[in-house]
Design a protein around this ligand. Structure first.
Ligand SMILES: Nc1ncnc2c1ncn2[C@@H]1O[C@H](COP(=O)(O)OP(=O)(O)OP(=O)(O)O)[C@@H](O)[C@H]1O
Length: 553
């Protein structure tokens, strides 16, 4: 390995088997955030069989360097190339565990393997990868344990497994030992040593100096991403001009000291295979999508929904309560009343559509943003944003259908409508689905879950204002009138009211009493359905775009 032009001695005698192939080359890589330089131009190569530790004080730029190498952070300058070419050639284990608490260890690894499987791979190969990794990481016996119940060390090993099932040649790990006791840290480093000895290139950012002797190379970084030393572990103390390892961090925070030099001076003799750009930079290095990506994403979503019983109970439990509340605020049996029924019918339809939209948007608005880190990582290894959002939408469909069914069913059980009850339920379900697509867009565009939930009124209030029930569309200024055609609430009102037969029942009173244009509720059900489906599809497409754009490195 060589770093920043500092040659690294040939360590073939240390490794037992000499490094044979260069797996990753970074040339003049630098990272900036505004005016601040997070990583100074750094060049390095990583060969098969190498274990490299990147150490440095907090905020020195270790994570930024790793993310730049993994292709998940835009480079200010330089380039990164990997032997495999595709992003899948590099496995990146971030500092936070990107796991699904609802899954078992086996399921977590199985879905990760299915999403990372190369095109043309078969199911048997995927299973073989999972069992191999379980074996490798000593996770045997924990296959059926839920991720939520794992200890910190077990979670870290599972996180490593998520990347290892993709069989990357290069493994980058960001502080995998953070929060582990010294014994676990030691075992983790032994495991990384073994993974490197099996022929991978492993680069690990760490704060700990206890296991550095297991590494072939240590890269010591000062704040600003300045490489101060790169070489064998036993040369670092002398090169940095300190007494012992404990003082290394003092030297790295003190930027008046000169840069260290590695002992020796023979460049590593790694053979260079053909290297191609790594990471998703503009998509050039992305893997071909794994076959069967959508079924895997959908199955994972479905399992997570079903196992998160508490959230599911809250989502489903509130729907009939809202339906009952809507029914009891109206005079008993008023919808069938000859004189007042139709007027209350407009109100009832409006309440149903509002609640359906509310339920759909709320059910969806945290779905993407709360998994942003996982999605970012998986998009980097070739998962498609479209696959993600469609899987989310499909998994939400039964939930939202059940919610709106319970809502409309409870409301109409207490407040019988004179006609069209099954159609009304159907329209509420479609309204809820379209609203869920709106919520998914919001979730894909938001940066944090809080941002998503606090932005919900921005989606909901226009549904109320432009539905046509509160303010007659006919009385709006022309540009707003046109705008109502793109509002889900307007079509939902027309569809639900139409199913209740409000157009005929209100007759000439429609315009006089409600301000709605004659024929508003006479819309053909298929036209209203098509409009609602189109609005949902448009929001889903916007969501896919937002997800792709937000996660582009
Ligand atoms: N998106 C960003 N915008 C601006 N500054 C950033 C951004 N990300 C990181 N930084 C800054 O860059 C510097 C390096 O951060 P980085 O996370 O790479 O350090 P680190 O060595 O991994 O730290 P730690 O050991 O605490 O994890 C820090 O000063 C941090 O505040």
């Amino acid at each position: 390995m060589s770093v920043s032009g500092l040659p690294i001695p040939d360590q073939s005698d240390r490794l037992g088997s000499p490094p044979t192939a260069t797996l990753l080359v970074a040339e003049g890589v630098s990272v900036r955030a505004g005016e601040q330089t997070l990583v100074q131009p750094t060049s390095l190569t990583l060969a098969a069989g190498e274990l490299v530790a990147v150490i440095g004080p907090s905020g020195a730029g270790k994570t930024s360097l790793l993310r730049a190498l993994a292709g998940t952070l835009p480079l200010a300058a330089g380039r990164v190339q990997t032997a495999g070419g595709a992003a899948g050639a590099v496995g990146f284990v971030p500092a936070d565990d990107l796991l699904h608490d609802e899954l078992t260890v086996f399921e977590e690894l199985l879905f990760a393997a299915r999403l990372r499987a190369p095109a043309g791979g078969d199911g048997g190969d995927v299973l073989a990868r999972v069992h191999e990794v379980i074996d490798d990481l000593r996770l045997t016996g924990l296959e059926e344990a839920r991720v939520a119940t794992l200890s910190k060390g077990q979670r870290r090993r599972t996180s490593c497994g998520v990347e290892l099932v993709g069989r990357p040649g290069v493994l980058l790990l960001d502080e995998p030992a953070a929060g582990l006791d010294p014994g676990l840290e030691r075992r983790l480093m032994i495991m990384l040593r073994r993974l490197a000895d099996e022929g991978r290139g492993v680069l690990v950012a760490t704060h700990s100096t206890a296991s550095l002797h297991r590494c072939d190379t240590v890269v010591a970084v000062s704040p600003g991403g300045i490489v101060r030393y790169a070489g064998p572990p036993d040369g670092m103390v002398a090169a940095l001009g300190v007494e012992d390892l404990e003082e290394v961090y003092d030297a790295l925070t003190d930027d008046t000291r000169p840069a260290g030099r590695p002992a020796g001076g023979t460049p590593g003799a790694a053979a260079r295979p053909v290297l191609t750009p790594a990471g998703g930079g503009g998509g050039s290095g992305r893997m071909a999508p794994a076959p069967g990506q959508l079924p895997a994403l959908l199955a994972r979503e479905a399992i997570c929904h079903l196992r998160d019983r508490r959230s599911l109970a809250i989502l489903l439990g509130q729907a009939p309560v809202i339906g009952i509340a809507m029914a009891v605020v109206l005079p008993r049996g008023v919808l069938g009343d000859q004189t007042f029924g139709p007027f209350y019918g407009v109100l009832f339809a409006f309440m149903l559509l509002t609640a359906s939209i509310w339920l759909g948007v709320i059910a969806a608005c945290r779905q993407v943003v709360s998994q942003r880190a996982i999605i970012e990582r998986e998009l980097a290894v070739g998962v498609r944003p479209g696959g993600y959002l469609v899987a989310k939408a499909l998994a939400l469909m039964p939930v939202v259908a059940l919610q709106t069914l319970l809502l409309a069913g409870a409301a109409m059980a207490l407040q019988p409508v004179p006609q069209g009850a099954p159609l009304i339920v159907g329209f509420c379900i479609v309204t809820g689905w379209s609203a869920a697509a709106m919520g998914l867009w919001l979730s894909a565009a938001a940066r944090t879950p809080d941002q998503a939930t606090t932005s919900v009124p921005l989606l909901l209030i226009p549904q109320l204002l432009f539905a046509g029930a509160l303010i007659p569309i006919d009385k709006m200024i022309p540009p707003l009138k046109v705008l109502t055609d793109a509002v889900l609430g307007r079509w939902a009102l027309a569809a639900i009211g139409g199913a209740m037969g409000l157009d005929e029942r209100l007759g000439s009173n429609l315009g006089a009493v409600t301000g709605l244009q004659s024929g508003f509720f006479g819309e053909k059900p298929l036209v209203a359905l098509a409009a609602m489906a189109a609005i949902g599809a448009a929001f889903l497409a916007l969501g896919v775009r937002a997800l792709g754009r937000e996660n582009r490195p």
